[in-house]
Design a protein around this ligand. Structure first.
Ligand SMILES: *Cc1c(COP(=O)(O)O)cnc(C)c1O
Length: 424
């Protein structure tokens, strides 16, 4: 099946007389005829549901659809994108371990790593995604467990050289985790370029309608944990909290990572997505391919309009020929990047506030990447916790306006921009 068809059909295949839409299994528990059978489930000797904190059928159908869209072998829904980022890293790196991460990250991810996970004893080295091979190699330590980066960074729109990142990570015997939220599997499938694990904030394009906060972790099934046994003891040696199971042996390359994340992290930390939200997410996924196409067409028109406007100082959109990442975008994002355009006004930070106050179609919202056109001034909101140096390292200048182009009629969006720019 192609992506458009997978959006509609993957993950759930109703049998004769069964509902065509995925059922919402709104149940915390599942009934069994014997405690012996139940025991087998707890020992991971048989598969089945027993408690929704660990697994739920509705969630699994939606996770299977996303795994299929990304070309992966297994996936797990989480309660938010933040939980997905945290689980994806914590599943491999704990107290005393080290992670190499790109500087071009979503503000919430940067804070999770640089503040909260440091408090848990995980060390991070941040590298410029466009650094030289020498600088990149120098970031690794003997206790490095993974590399983390974003396909298309939020909000700086840096297009990641996924092949370079994957190759370098693999040379150091560790996997590459990619946050593919902005690109979506419609525009880029990082596994095809060597990434090993993908995460998403499904809150953005996948849900697409401001309906539910959620996340997903997807495994490509390609990373050979057993080949790096000493680094990944959590996957390659007995888990005493789970009857001495060795995940990489019992579940192989295809299943070890997600099984461990489910049985350990979901069991102990419990950031499961509500089945009701998984149902909404699935509704969003059904139209993902169609919406992403429209988002990209509208965003390119907005970027071209802004680029020609005399009051606009600069425009950042990988689809523009003038863009620093245009060539790389043609390779990794040939069908379009996303609906997000960032720009600055000649009047700078003050101009941004005036301009935003006049917008009528575009709403001011701490959100991005959904059907509604919305606008945000990151230096004053999402990235407010960063100092000026970290702000610049994340690619966010104080005048940056993040404009998330929705799927409304493009003429209404452009007319709105025109009238708001007159006030500047
Ligand atoms: C929003 C976002 C997140 C965090 O996701 P939540 O669902 O808000 O927890 C992570 N990564 C990127 C790129 C995002 O845009």
């Amino acid at each position: 099946m192609r992506q458009e068809t997978k959006c509609i059909q993957a993950g759930y295949n109703p049998k004769n007389g069964e509902p065509r839409m995925i059922p919402i299994i709104q149940s915390t528990t599942f009934k069994y005829d014997s405690s012996e059978h139940m025991g087998k489930l707890f020992a991971l000797e048989d598969t089945g549901y027993f408690y929704t904190r660990l697994q739920n059928p509705t969630n699994d159908m939606v996770a299977a659809k996303i795994a299929d869209l990304e070309g992966g072998t297994a996936a797990m829904l989480t309660s938010s994108g933040q939980a997905a980022s945290f689980f994806s890293v914590f599943n491999l790196a704990g107290n005393g371990d080290h992670v190499v991460a790109s500087t071009a990250l979503y503000g919430g991810t940067f804070n999770l790593f640089d503040v909260t996970m440091r408090r848990m004893g995980v060390d991070f080295t941040f590298v410029d995604p466009d650094c030289t091979c020498e600088e990149f190699n120098a970031a690794f330590k003997p206790n490095t467990k993974l590399v983390f980066a974003e396909t298309l960074s939020n909000p700086s729109l840096v297009v990641l050289d996924i092949e370079k990142f994957a190759k370098t990570a693999h040379e150091h015997g560790v996997p590459l985790i990619v946050d593919n939220t902005f690109a979506t599997p419609i525009n880029c499938r990082p596994f095809e370029w060597g990434a090993d694990i993908v995460i998403h904030s499904t809150t953005k394009y996948m849900d697409g309608h401001d309906a539910g906060v959620g996340g997903v972790v997807v495994d490509s099934g390609n990373f050979d944990w057993m080949a790096h046994k000493e680094k990944f003891s959590g996957l390659c040696s007995p888990d005493e909290s789970y009857h001495g199971i060795i995940y990489a042996e019992t579940f192989g390359k295809e299943g070890a990572y997600i099984t461990k994340a489910t049985t350990q992290l979901m069991r102990d930390l419990g950031a499961i997505q509500a089945p009701q939200n998984a149902f909404y997410l699935n509704l969003g996924l059904e139209s993902l391919a169609l919406r992403v196409q429209r988002h990209c067409a509208n965003a390119l028109a907005v970027a071209e309009f802004l680029e020609k406007h005399p009051k606009v100082a600069w425009v950042n959109y990988p689809g523009l020929e003038s863009n620093k990442y245009h060539e790389r975008a043609k390779k990794y994002l040939p069908d379009g990047s996303s609906g997000v355009v960032s720009f600055g006004l000649k009047e700078g930070r003050a101009g941004a506030e005036k301009f935003m106050g006049k917008l009528e179609v575009a709403m001011i919202a701490t959100h991005v990447a959904d059907a509604h056109t919305c606008v945000l001034h990151p230096a004053n909101s999402t990235h407010k916790q960063l100092n000026d140096e970290d702000l610049l390292a994340a690619g966010v200048t104080p005048d940056l306006i993040r404009f998330s182009v929705g799927i409304e009629n493009i003429d209404d969006i452009i007319e709105d921009l025109k009238q708001a720019l007159e006030a500047v």
